[in-house]
Design a binder for this molecule. Structure first.
Ligand code: XMP
Length: 321
C-alpha cells in the first residue's frame, strides 16, 4: 500500500542499486519536482550527487535564496549555482516578441547547463542525470507504466553526444500530490512543496515589452505583495496560479498626494485550474484584491494602477505571453 515511507525506502534502494558508486548530476529549477527528485537521490547516495542551479535572474523575489540556502544548503546537497543574470539580460536586450524571449532563454539555459555539466564531469566523471519526470509526463510521452528506473539513454534537453548521461527518474510512477507528500516527508520547506507552477522563462514572459533589470525589480516587488497577501488570506492552496503581469510599455495618468503620476499598470491574473489546459479566473474575495491593490500602488513607486484579468482559458491563456 502507498505510504510516503514505503515510496522513499523503495526508491532509495532502487537508486542505490542503479547508481552503485558512480556520480550523478541534477538540474534544479526551483520547482517542486526537481527538488523532490534531488532530495530523494541525495538521501540514497549523498555526496555522489551534484546539483546545478542556473540563476537566470528571472525568478521571483527570494526564490534563488530558497534554492541555495533553504534547500540545498539545508539538505547538505553539493550545489553548483551559476549567476547568469548578466548573460541572460544581455541576450534579452531589445527583445519584445514572446517566442523570441522563450527561444533565447532556452538557448542560454542549455549553453550554461552544458558548460557546467562539462566542468563537473571533468572533476568527477558523471554517469547519471536526474530528471523530475512525473507519471502524467510518462503517459503523455507514451512511456507506459511500471518501467521505473529502467536505464535508458536519452538526448536530454539538447545536450551534445559527448555529454550524454543515463537517466534516473525517481518520480515517474507518481502524481503531483504524491510528490508533494514525499517532499514534506523529506523535510522540504512548505513554501517550496506548495509552490504554484512557474514557467521556465520566468518573469521574462510576465513583462510585456523589453526585459530589463529595473522592470524585473518592479515586477518582483508587486509579485511579492500579491503572493504575500494571498498566503495571508489562506488562499494560496485554493488557486492554481497567480501571475502578476507588468505592462511595461503602457503608462497611465494617476494622482498621488498632491502630484500627478504617470506610471505603469500591473495585471493580476489569479486562475483556478486542474491541469492548466483550461482555466477560469479565480473569484478572489474583493477585500483581498483591495489589499493587494492598495499595497502595490503605495509601495511600488512605478506602479499607479492595478487591474484584474477576468478572462477564462480559452480564449485567454494563463500567461500573457
Ligand atoms: P498558458 O499561458 O499557455 O500556460 O495557459 C499553461 C501553463 O504553462 C506554463 N507556461 C510555461 N511553462 N515554459 C514553461 O515551463 C514556458 O515557456 C511556459 N509558458 C507557459 C504556465 O505558467 C501555465 O502553468
Amino acid at each position: 500500500d502507498w505510504t510516503t515511507t514505503n515510496v522513499v525506502e523503495e526508491q532509495v534502494a532502487l537508486i542505490r542499486e542503479q547508481v552503485g558508486d558512480k556520480q550523478v548530476l541534477c538540474a534544479l529549477s526551483g520547482g517542486v519536482d526537481s527538488a523532490v527528485a534531488a532530495a530523494l537521490v541525495h538521501k540514497a547516495i549523498g555526496d555522489q550527487l551534484t546539483c546545478v542551479y542556473v540563476d537566470h535572474g528571472l525568478q521571483r523575489a527570494g526564490e534563488s535564496e530558497q534554492i541555495e540556502k533553504d534547500f540545498a544548503a539545508a539538505v547538505g546537497i553539493r550545489l553548483e549555482a551559476i549567476d547568469a543574470e548578466d548573460q541572460f539580460l544581455g541576450a534579452l536586450a531589445g527583445v519584445t516578441d514572446p517566442e523570441q524571449k522563450r527561444k533565447i532563454i532556452g538557448r542560454e539555459f542549455i549553453r550554461t547547463f552544458e558548460a557546467t555539466a562539462r566542468k563537473v564531469d571533468a572533476e568527477r566523471h558523471i554517469e547519471f542525470l536526474v530528471q523530475g519526470t512525473l507519471y502524467p509526463d510518462v503517459v503523455e510521452s507514451g512511456g507506459g507504466a511500471g518501467t521505473a528506473n529502467i536505464k535508458s539513454h536519452h538526448n536530454v534537453g539538447g545536450l551534445p553526444d559527448d555529454l550524454q548521461f543515463s537517466l534516473i527518474e525517481p518520480l515517474r510512477t507518481l502524481f503531483k500530490d504524491e510528490v508533494r507528500e514525499l517532499g514534506l516527508a523529506l523535510g522540504l520547506p512548505e513554501t517550496m512543496v506548495y509552490r504554484h507552477p512557474f514557467p521556465g522563462p520566468g518573469l521574462a514572459i510576465r513583462i510585456i515589452g523589453e526585459v530589463t533589470r529595473e522592470r524585473l525589480d518592479i515586477l518582483r516587488a508587486a509579485d511579492l505583495i500579491a503572493r504575500t497577501e494571498l498566503t495571508a488570506a489562506g488562499l494560496d492552496r485554493d488557486i492554481w496560479q497567480f501571475p502578476v503581469v507588468l505592462l511595461a510599455d503602457v503608462r497611465s495618468v494617476g494622482v498621488q498626494g498632491d502630484g500627478r503620476t504617470y506610471g505603469h499598470p500591473v495585471v493580476l491574473r489569479p486562475v483556478s485550474s486542474e491541469d492548466a489546459m483550461t482555466a477560469d479566473w479565480a473569484r478572489l474575495p474583493y477585500d483581498v484584491i483591495e489589499r493587494i491593490s492598495t499595497r502595490i500602488t503605495n509601495e511600488v513607486d512605478e506602479i499607479n494602477r492595478v487591474t484584474l484579468d477576468v478572462t477564462s482559458k480559452p480564449p485567454g491563456t494563463i500567461e500573457w505571453e
